[in-house]
Design a binder for this molecule. Structure first.
Ligand code: NDP
Length: 335
């Protein structure tokens, strides 16, 4: 079996030398455990945080430890009758071809219900993140304007489409003309804006003539600077992610913009509320049934970027942090 371990903590962008590929003997499952073969590995932005030992909501991956990650795997051997060889499960196998996991921590998937990879994206953690963050914190009302960036990704695309389902106007922000075209054509956003274009702020103003009522924050950075002046009184800002900053080693230079932010929050009565999806675990059931129905009704489209081979994981992860992925990034580890 092959695994990718964290060899050193990246400073800035993770580089291949921060990882090491190892070949190890297959372990035998202990009572209550199963031996699994990884079919798909999910790559997600939060993994950048796990590579760092800065204080966070979850402990870091230790040096020489296998990189963590959600996986879809086939059961090879199980010590618990709840699972048998050939069953397919959602688990936490990490960046490796095989894993031994506790059976009660695994969720059995029905390969006939939906394509397996959707359990890592639209029907999985990113989908729930979009659903709960938007509806519980953003609370979009019919006719309001909802803006989201990283809008072709599994979180952003789902946010925009749920906003539409709830009767709001959805404006998507993405990097480059190909992604911007997808926002309108595939995901049905009412307007789409390119954050890489030199006239991004003007494009955003034109796309939000009535201001912004909900800004679902996925990226931070220069995108937020353009958003801030467009926020309406009583706007809601679910803070889901700040990917523009994940590789930062220091605060940015320049004038201190904190007073501008705080006075905007004060004068415009903004609600800024961060969250981690685990907070909304109790909404998973209602989310799955709603999302499965929306997909069946053609109201919720999704896009996946499936990269072949565990040996491409580091390169693909770099691409996630720079916008090279087109949809939910998944590594196909084996057939
Ligand atoms: P995506 O598939 O959307 O990938 C990340 C995207 O971010 C890139 O494709 C790129 O899109 C965009 N991006 C990268 N750098 C920048 C930048 N400097 N400025 C603007 N956009 C940038 O990822 P996910 O949908 O999985 O995740 C989206 C966000 O949600 C992330 O911030 C993630 O950390 C967060 N998240 C938070 C959770 C929580 O519990 N709070 C749970 C799950 C995700 P483009 O090319 O369009 O710029």
């Amino acid at each position: 079996s092959t695994r990718i371990v964290l060899a050193s903590r990246p400073i800035g962008m993770p580089e291949p030398e921060n990882f090491r590929t190892e070949t190890v003997e297959l372990e035998s499952p202990q009572p209550g455990e199963a031996l699994l073969q990884t079919l798909y590995l999910s790559l997600d932005p939060y993994m950048r945080g796990r590579m760092s030992d800065a204080p966070s909501y979850a402990p870091p991956v230790q040096i020489d430890e296998t990189m963590c990650g959600a996986t879809i795997s086939r059961v090879l051997e199980s010590t618990d009758p709840a699972l048998g060889p050939g069953d397919v499960v959602l688990g936490w196998g990490g960046w490796q071809t095989h894993s031994v996991e506790k059976v009660r921590a695994l969720r059995k998937l029905d390969p006939n219900a939906a394509p397996l990879t959707t359990a890592l994206g639209v029907l999985g953690m990113p989908g729930l993140t979009a659903y709960s963050g938007l509806l519980t914190i953003g609370q979009p009302k019919p006719g309001e304007t909802v803006v989201v960036a990283a809008a072709t990704g599994p979180v952003g695309a789902t946010v925009g489409q749920i906003a539409k389902i709830k009767g709001a106007r959805a404006v998507g922000i993405a990097g480059g003309p190909e992604k911007v075209a997808l926002l309108r054509e595939r995901f049905g956003f009412d307007a789409a804006v390119d954050h890489r274009a030199p006239d991004f702020a003007e494009q955003l103003a034109a796309a939000t003539p009535d201001g912004i009522d909900v800004y679902y924050e996925n990226v931070g950075g220069a995108v937020f600077d353009a958003i801030l002046p467009r926020l309406n009184p009583f706007a809601r800002i679910p803070v889901c992610g700040l990917i523009a900053n994940y590789n930062d080693t220091d605060l940015p230079p320049g004038p201190d913009r904190l007073p501008l932010l705080m006075s905007s929050i004060l004068r415009r009565s903004l609600t800024v509320r961060g969250f981690i999806v685990s907070e909304f675990a109790d909404q998973a059931g209602e989310f799955y049934s709603a999302a499965a129905q929306w997909i069946a009704q053609g109201k919720l489209a999704y896009l996946e970027d499936i990269v072949d081979g565990l040996d491409h994981a580091v390169e693909a992860f770099q691409g996630l942090l720079t916008g090279k992925n087109l949809g939910k990034l998944v590594i196909k580890v084996s057939d």
